[in-house]
Design a protein around this ligand. Structure first.
Ligand code: NAP
Length: 294
């Protein structure tokens, strides 16, 4: 398994995204725990979650609690596992997503996440999405305070543009360790942010790296070049897509979601799939063409 760095911590090159185990269409708890254990047994040491990964109104933090409980019942060394959560996005329970980037709210949300996750501090806390009602520096300022108070060990942001990345890093006094943006063969619009992170040495975590829960299974159908090269190499198009993302920069750490052990077991092996420069260029060109057609 290849490794990468987020701030001061070494993590597996492929993380596990927790969202499919807590929102609409989620599996039962037993299968979710098996999925998380399969990831950990395969060497995954990064799990991405959020307080908003839940379905009904009364179950905020469903995914955080699930991950905490799976880590409790896992026989391995949980100290080496980085759990990255987020705050600032909310789900009222009707399927919609709302925003709250007020600093006082973010501080309360982080305290509640810490309680659910357990331990002395949250490993990585990410501001989930900019709130147009609140100046960005004020929201990120809450993360600076959380760092100073020791509630969180590392700070990251999500769904940010290049200006926001620079601003957040400044507000945090150079302590911004990660940016989590949407990025996949079908969605390459975050390439400027990926490249800026590579320049600044900040980890870039592609979210929905396989195209999202509903589209991940169709990756090979939509992207011929990925299907063809995957077949040549005898791997799944999904594994190839993750290997392609890893090859784009050493700061990239994809977090594919899973609700079945088999999915994450396959995805994790992208960390061992080496691609030549020509193969990476071929896949990048093909992804660009599909994007232009859409
Ligand atoms: N920051 C944000 O705003 C934001 C937004 C969305 C997501 N996220 C994070 O990013 C993570 C990943 O995104 P996502 O879950 O939306 O989408 P995704 O990773 O693109 O796709 C997830 C789906 O891919 C399937 N899959 C995974 N590995 C596979 C493989 N090797 N072969 C075939 N299918 C495979 C899984 O199927 P099964 O369910 O059958 O296992 C899963 O449902 C989320 O879980 C969440 O942690 C963050």
């Amino acid at each position: 398994m290849q490794h990468r760095t987020i701030g001061s911590q070494t993590v597996s090159a492929i993380g596990l995204g927790g969202m499919p185990m807590s929102i609409e269409g989620r599996p039962d708890q037993e299968r979710s725990v098996r999925t998380i254990h399969a990831a950990l047994d395969a060497g995954v040491t990064l799990i991405d979650t959020a307080d908003a990964y839940h379905r009904d109104a009364g179950e905020v933090g469903h995914n955080e609690s699930l991950i905490a409980s799976a880590l409790d019942s896992w026989s391995g060394d949980r100290d080496g596992v980085l759990v990255a959560t987020k705050g600032g996005h909310l789900r009222p329970g009707d399927g919609s997503w709302t925003l709250n980037g007020r600093p006082e709210y973010l501080k309360e949300a982080a305290a509640a996440s810490l309680k659910r996750l357990g331990g002395e501090a949250i490993g990585l806390y990410q501001f989930h999405r900019p709130d147009p009602e609140v100046p960005y520096a004020e929201s990120v300022g809450a993360l600076a305070e959380l760092l100073d108070e020791g509630v969180i060990r590392m700070a990251g942001i999500s769904n940010a543009n290049p200006d926001q990345i620079r601003e957040a890093n400044e507000v945090l006094g150079g302590r911004l360790v990660s940016v989590q943006n949407q990025f996949s063969p079908a969605f390459r619009s975050s390439l400027p942010e990926l490249q800026l992170c590579a320049e600044l040495g900040i980890a870039f975590l592609p979210w929905s790296p396989l195209g999202g829960i509903k589209s991940a299974g169709d990756l090979g159908t939509k992207h011929d070049a990925f299907a063809e090269l995957a077949q040549e190499k005898g791997v799944s198009p999904q594994r190839l897509a993750l290997a392609w993302e890893l090859a784009l920069a050493p700061v990239v750490v994809p977090i594919p979601g899973a609700s079945r052990p088999e999915s994450i077991e396959d995805s994790v092996q992208a960390g061992d799939l080496q691609l030549s420069d020509d193969e990476v260029a071929r896949l990048s060109d093909a992804a660009k063409k599909v994007e232009q057609q859409d």
